[in-house]
Design a protein around this ligand. Structure first.
Ligand SMILES: [Fe+2]
Ligand SMILES: [Fe+2]
Length: 468
């Protein structure tokens, strides 16, 4: 079979000899990587998976049993708009760029590579989770996320091969060489080097860290570099399911804990085999703070340059805003100066990372309110929270300073003294791990998590989502 027949696509691969040659060489390396670093122990099993087969809003996906190495990783871009224009910045209204603008070649490549690197990284972080799945439904969702992150890597590699020449091909190779958490060849972003070795981590990761991806992709989906915009627009269709897995997964853990507390008012949830709220809270604090770092520095001349060039917009730039130049506007934010927090006013364009982070924070708060409602519905008196965006940061204005979860500046010693109160300690992780035993009988579920409200694509929860 010809290469272009094996790769579902809408980028005219059958005609594009140069792209064919590049992918021909990359594909075997990708499959080697998948076999080495993809989900361990399940490569030969039939999994009921969604595969992207077109870009039609209705019927873009096909559901069937497939072995993961046979998954048809495709290359899909949202169809081009007629007469597409740059939507913001100094070139607002000019025809969209069909090639990489020369002066932005390096930073744009960096953006594509950084996004691309997260895709295989998350597959690596999650590769052992299948062995402790709480249900077949969850096992299937894990693998769905994994194969689609694989496809997102393809989408980004298409851009590197198609638009960045020789350097692009080298970068595509390097994406298969780095390894999550490996000190000698780590993944680029720190959240993607953190261990994700239990299912509470997985749900927090897909809730908080994948959600950063949604906002980054949304900002790039507005890009005046049209191939990038169209690639990201289609990735977002798949990403919605990943966020659903995270948000409902966390919600089901929270609900189960509340149920156990309600049924046995005087007992410690640990005695009942649930995950106590204080541990869940510390996992939130951890993943939320690492995910906030992914938006970059609060004050950033790169962000300003990218906006000016029409390459990276705001969230829903075209839909939400009427003014796309933002030359005059300013943004006020607290920064640390001489050991205390003061307000600083900066040009809006320099604060666009922080503006995007603000959209993300609002989305997380929305999910949090829903989870707290589950707790209240069970008649349990407890509220989960999100820490201040200054807490436990490693990037930007607040890195190198210490804050409590309310955002007050504190001394390093106090932070270290209270670290285990705020962030998962070794015994928290050990306790959560002690609950992780595989449940693989159709219709059964682990004790520490509630079943989902419905199954996938009209199938019931009891459906045999993975044939073991
Ligand atoms: Fe992705
Ligand atoms: Fe994702």
């Amino acid at each position: 079979m010809e290469l272009y027949e094996r790769i579902p696509n809408n980028v005219n691969l059958s005609e594009d000899k140069r792209l064919q040659r590049a992918l021909e060489k990359w594909l075997p390396d990708y499959l080697d990587w998948w076999r080495e670093m993809g989900p361990e122990g399940f490569q030969e099993k039939d999994v009921w998976l969604r595969t992207a087969v077109s870009v039609e809003p209705e019927g873009w996906a096909h559901f069937d049993y497939v072995r993961m190495p046979d998954y048809r990783w495709g290359i899909f871009l949202k169809p081009a708009e007629r007469d597409a224009r740059v939507g913001f910045g100094d070139n607002c209204g000019a025809p969209a760029y069909q090639e990489v603008p020369g002066e932005f070649r390096n930073p744009l490549r960096r953006i594509v590579v950084t996004q691309a690197d997260t895709e295989p990284a998350s597959v690596e972080q999650q590769r052992l989770l299948g062995q402790t799945c709480p249900s077949l439904y969850d096992l299937r969702n894990l693998f769905q996320v994994n194969v689609e992150e694989g496809r997102h890597l393809w989408a980004m590699v298409y851009l590197l091969h198609g638009y960045f020449g020789r350097d692009g091909r080298d970068e595509a190779d390097a994406l298969l060489e780095r390894r999550s958490g490996n000190p000698d060849k780590p993944r680029i972003l720190e959240a993607f080097n953190q261990p994700c070795d239990d299912w509470l981590n997985f749900f927090c990761f897909t809730m908080f860290t994948d959600r950063d991806g949604k906002y980054q992709l949304s900002a790039l989906a507005e890009s005046g570099f049209e191939p990038l915009a169209r690639t990201c627009q289609f990735m977002l269709t798949e990403e919605a399911h990943h966020l659903f897995v995270g948000e409902t997964g966390v919600g089901r853990v929270v609900r189960r804990t509340a149920q156990l507390m309600k049924e046995n008012r005087n007992e410690d949830v640990r005695q009942l085999g649930g995950i106590p709220f204080d541990i869940i809270q510390r996992y939130f604090n951890y993943w939320y703070s690492y995910s906030l770092d992914l938006f970059g520095g609060e004050i950033s001349s790169n962000a300003a340059d990218f906006f000016a060039a029409g390459l990276k917009g705001r969230y829903q730039e075209r839909k939400k805003y009427t003014e796309h130049l933002i030359k005059e506007d300013v943004f006020t934010l607290p920064v640390v100066e001489d050991g205390r927090l003061i307000e600083r006013v900066v040009p809006m364009r320099n604060a666009l990372n922080e503006v995007l982070r603000g959209e993300y924070v609002r989305d997380c708060v929305r999910a949090l309110e829903r989870w707290n409602k589950y707790i209240a519905d069970e008649g349990v008196d407890h509220q989960l929270t999100l820490p201040s965006t200054r807490f436990h940061r490693h990037v930007g204005e607040y890195a190198g300073h210490f804050f409590d979860v309310d955002g007050s500046l504190i001394a390093e010693e106090e932070f270290e003294r209270r670290r285990d109160e705020w962030l998962p300690a070794a015994e928290d992780r050990a306790y959560v791990r002690s609950l992780m035993h595989p449940v693989t009988e159709p219709g059964k579920i682990a004790n520490w998590i509630a079943p989902p409200a419905t199954g996938i694509k009209g199938k019931p929860f009891e459906f045999e989502y993975v044939r073991l």
